[in-house]
Design a protein around this ligand. Structure first.
Ligand code: SAM
Length: 234
C-alpha cells in the first residue's frame, strides 16, 4: 500500500528526512507526508500535529485508511505542543507562511532539545525563517527552490550548529538564501526577477501618489531591497 502520491513540493521535503528518523510533521493536514515517509522507509514513527478540526480529522482518516495507526500518532494541538521532549529527532513544517513557522519554532523551543534536523517549507517569507534559524543557532545546511503548478516553493534544511556559517553577505542572503544564490537555477532567477519587477512597480506607484512620511519610508525600504537583490544577482 505505498502508491500514495505526493506533490513535488512535499516529495522534496521528504527527501531530506534522514533514514530511521522519528518525525513530527506539524500542520500535517491530510498527513500525506508522514504516511508517505513511513511507506518509503524514511521514518520509524511519526507524530502528525494539527491545530484545526477539519485537517485533524482528515489526518486521522488518512492514517487509518493507510493502516498506519500503530506508527503514526495523530494529535490535535498548537505547534510543537503535540510532542513530548525527546520524542522525535526530525521536524517538518510545510505549506505555511514564514512568520507562522518561525512562531511555532519560537513558542516550542524547549521541545527542540534532541531534535537533529528541521525541514521547513515556507510558502512566503522564507527570510523570516532563515533569520530565526540564525538567531537560534540552527545552521542552514541545504536549500531547494522548485516550481509546481505555477507556484514557486523554497525548502530549508537546518541542523543544530553555527547559524551564521553559510552566510557571506548576511542581509542579502537571508532574503534570497545562501545555497539558492550559489546555485542560481532558473526558478531562482525567475522568482527574483519577478519580485524585483513587482517592487519597482510599487515604487513607481508610490512616487506618482505623493510624499507622505509613510510612503517615503515604504519606498526607501523597497529601494533598499531592490539594491540588495540586484546586487547579488549580477
Ligand atoms: N503541511 C501540509 C502541506 O504542506 O501540504 C499542509 C499545509 S496547510 C496549508 C497548513 C496546515 O497547518 C493547516 O492544516 C493548518 O490547520 C495547520 N496549522 C496552522 N497553524 C498551525 C499550528 N500553530 N499548529 C499546528 N498546525 C497548524
Amino acid at each position: 500500500m505505498n502508491e500514495l502520491k505526493l506533490s513535488k513540493r512535499l516529495e522534496t521535503v521528504v527527501s531530506f528526512i534522514p533514514k530511521q528518523s522519528r518525525l513530527a510533521d506539524i500542520g500535517s493536514d491530510h498527513a500525506y507526508l508522514p504516511c508517505y515517509a513511513y511507506l518509503h522507509g524514511y521514518i520509524t514513527m511519526a507524530v502528525a500535529g494539527e491545530v484545526a478540526d477539519g485537517p485533524f480529522r482528515s489526518a486521522q482518516q488518512q492514517v487509518e485508511k493507510t493502516g498506519l495507526s500503530h506508527v503514526i500518532s495523530v494529535r490535535k494541538g498548537d505547534g510543537l505542543a503535540v510532542i513530548h521532549p525527546s520524542e522525535v529527532d526530525c521536524i517538518t513544517i510545510a505549506g505555511m507562511g514564514g512568520t507562522l513557522i518561525a512562531n511555532i519554532l519560537e513558542d516550542g523551543k524547549e521541545k527542540l532539545e534532541g531534535v537533529k534536523r528541521l525541514i521547513l517549507q515556507p510558502n512566503v517569507g522564507a527570510h523570516i525563517v532563515r533569520k530565526w534559524l540564525v538567531d537560534n543557532d540552527w545552521e542552514l545546511i541545504d536549500e531547494r527552490i522548485l516550481e509546481e503548478d505555477g507556484q514557486i516553493y523554497e525548502v530549508l534544511v537546518a541542523e543544530k550548529g553555527s547559524g551564521l556559517k553559510p552566510y557571506h553577505r548576511l542581509e542579502a542572503e537571508l532574503l534570497v538564501g545562501p545555497f539558492l544564490l550559489q546555485e542560481r537555477n532558473g526558478v531562482f532567477l525567475k522568482k527574483w526577477k519577478s519580485e524585483v519587477g513587482h517592487w519597482k512597480r510599487i515604487v513607481a506607484h508610490l512616487e506618482a501618489k505623493g510624499t507622505t512620511e509613510e510612503s517615503i519610508a515604504k519606498k526607501e525600504e523597497l529601494e533598499r531591497k531592490i539594491r540588495l537583490v540586484e546586487g547579488v544577482l549580477q
